[in-house]
Design a protein around this ligand. Structure first.
Ligand code: PEP
Ligand code: MG
Length: 577
């Protein structure tokens, strides 16, 4: 008999294949092996930790080559756990108390795991699974057991209570039709890995292993989180139709890759990518990006003890420009300080970091750091070179026109020293502080462009911390009054011949993208994975449809009814979508 189960969609896509059940993994408790002498056990432990460290570094290298550098960092962090002196010292202490090396590993890791697992943050709780993964590897090495999973004989839906990142990475991609787990969250590393390689995944399916047997046919929908076990012939036929629709939809999105962002009647909206790591470079063009609307340069500065040199920065910025030949590339100057401190910028702690010295405020206080970055950007020569990208510079967290004028003066000074003509370089600001949105007319007089950062703008407008899930619902850019403010920023930019874009998360929501297009936005910059869907939505609508969507939202009573109104307009305009 067929059974329908519900979990959380963790990676999009659908699959229909036999189940391959991954049995509960090795756990480090109840070893049943008498401990040798403390000295022998310590030697065994140290050798196993060193072996785990080496294996994890190797795995990181393989994942970097096959998946990407961001994903490889998961295993670099695991390797650090295996070499962590604090964890090692705790395990040694347990051996001193008579434990075997295996039990000592459990004791050493256990306390840390409990702390993480008890965290209210879903993200930190998911890291407890990472620590368990490393622990189990060390124990498997101590026991001489195989680490990872014996792969299935045919492409299968991998079914497990939970799947560790190393188990996920150890299975050949072509044998994983999908992944379904009874526990886990969409932010677990196994889910992140599945998304990166395009494997559909559903997590948090209660009762999964009570229902699914090895080899049984399973259908999963990675968007809705639906899992169908042993579908009957009519359910199977319906699911096969859904698979076909998904395939046609993907194909349509792929076909749009080299098409420009525009409405059905040819109104242009540039669709650019946000870049936050090296991995984003190739992937952005592959996703059909028309340039980069936000390069978060701080990722080059974080996690290091000293600032990158001007030469290092120039080399990196050139690499970014080269990834977008013929397109505009907007480099945002350092957006650090407060909650993103740099070890080489020592400052007193602030009681309210989100309102402290961050973004352009910090740059204006730390002149050498700011000037070095501007010098490096100007030395890229990305000014008129058609074979690479076109350089644009953007200042973050600007609150007043005076800050923009001050930042421009520093830029002009550096340009004189470098003998660079700034006429080919666009200079703009992020509009992400409410005062900047209110002053958009004054600011636009000194800017070539304004890029609305909806993540911070909404955080400050609603007094809703962007990292706190409980207040996230308050902050919707389709709120009629917020949308009205956005419309006034767009108009202010256009009055002064400045183009206006949006580079916050809101740009990646197709309904919001349509409403923004109706308000006259010139550019939308978003996470690369969202580009195909947004492109397709806009290409299915006329500019008049988009205006109707914007007007419907502006007339609504609140964010909720605004979103419903926009959805209705879009559904009428695209009945087949
Ligand atoms: C924003 O605030 O909307 C933005 C795009 O910048 P970040 O998310 O990097 O703060
Ligand atoms: Mg911001």
């Amino acid at each position: 008999m067929s059974r329908r189960l519900q979990g959380r969609g963790a990676a999009p896509g659908a699959a229909l294949a036999p189940a391959f059940i991954v049995r509960a993994r090795t756990t480090a408790t109840a070893v049943g092996r008498p401990a040798g002498s403390p000295q022998q056990e310590r030697q065994r432990l140290d050798r196993a930790l060193a072996e785990a460290h080496a294996q994890l570094l190797q795995l990181a290298e393989r994942v970097a080559a096959e998946v990407g550098e961001d994903e490889a960092e998961i295993f670099e962090a695991h390797a650090e756990f295996a070499a962590d002196p604090e964890l090692g010292a705790r395990a040694h202490a347990a051996i001193g108390g008579g434990a075997s090396a295996e039990d000592a590993v459990a004791a050493g890791f256990g306390e840390f795991t409990e702390l993480l697992a008890a965290s209210a943050s879903e993200y930190l709780a998911a890291r407890a699974d990472d620590l368990d993964d490393v622990r189990d590897r060390v124990v498997a090495i101590l026991r001489g057991e195989q680490v990872g999973i014996e792969p299935p004989g045919e492409p299968s839906v991998i079914v497990a209570h939970e799947l560790t990142p190393s188990q996920t990475a150890s299975l050949p991609r072509e044998l994983m039709a999908a992944v379904v787990t009874a526990t886990g969250s969409p932010t677990s590393h196994a889910a992140i890995l599945a998304r990166s390689v395009g494997i559909p995944a559903v997590v948090g399916v209660e009762g999964l292993l009570d229902v699914v047997g090895d080899g049984q046919l399973v259908a999963i929908d990675g968007r809705s989180g639906e899992v169908l076990v042993a579908p009957d012939p009519s359910q199977r036929a319906a699911f096969e139709r859904r698979l076909e629709e998904e395939r046609v939809h993907r194909q349509r999105l792929d076909d749009l890759r080299d098409q420009p962002g525009q409405t059905a009647d040819g109104h242009r909206v540039e669709l650019a990518a946000n870049v936050g790591s090296r991995d984003d470079l190739k992937a952005a063009i592959a996703a059909g990006a028309e340039g980069a609307g936000l390069v978060r340069t701080e990722f080059l500065f974080l996690d290091r003890g000293t600032a990158p040199t001007v030469d290092e920065q120039t080399a990196f910025y050139r690499e970014v420009l080269d990834a977008f030949p013929g397109h505009r590339v907007v480099f945002r100057t350092l957006d650090v300080g407060a909650d993103k401190p740099l070890p080489f910028v020592v400052r007193d702690p602030e009681p309210n970091p989100a309102l402290g010295v961050r973004g352009v405020r910090l740059s204006l206080q730390r002149d050498p750091l700011f000037r070095d970055q501007l010098r490096a950007l100007l030395r890229t020569g990305g000014i008129a070179g058609a074979s690479s990208g076109r350089l644009a510079i953007m200042f973050p967290l600007v609150s007043t026109a005076a800050e923009l004028i001050a930042a421009r003066e520093v830029l002009e000074g550096v340009a004189r020293e470098e003998a660079v003509d700034l006429t080919g370089v666009e200079v703009g600001v992020m509009v992400e502080v409410p005062s900047a949105a209110l002053s958009a007319d004054r600011i636009a007089r000194h800017a070539d462009f304004l890029s609305i950062g909806t993540n911070d703008l909404l955080q400050y407008l609603f007094a809703a911390d962007r990292l706190v899930a409980d207040v996230a619902e308050l902050a919707d850019v389709l709120d009629p009054d917020v949308l009205g403010l956005v419309a006034s920023v767009i108009d202010a930019g256009h009055r002064h011949d400045a183009w206006v874009g949006v580079c916050g998360e809101a740009a990646s929501d197709p309904a919001t993208a349509a409403a923004l297009t109706g308000l006259g936005i010139d550019e939308l910059s978003m996470t690369r994975v969202a580009i195909p869907e947004v492109k397709q939505t806009l290409r299915d609508l006329t500019v008049q449809d988009c205006r109707m969507a914007a007007n419907a939202a502006l007339r609504a009573d609140d964010a909720h009814s605004a979103r419903a109104a926009v959805t209705r307009v879009l559904r009428t305009a695209r009945p087949d979508a």
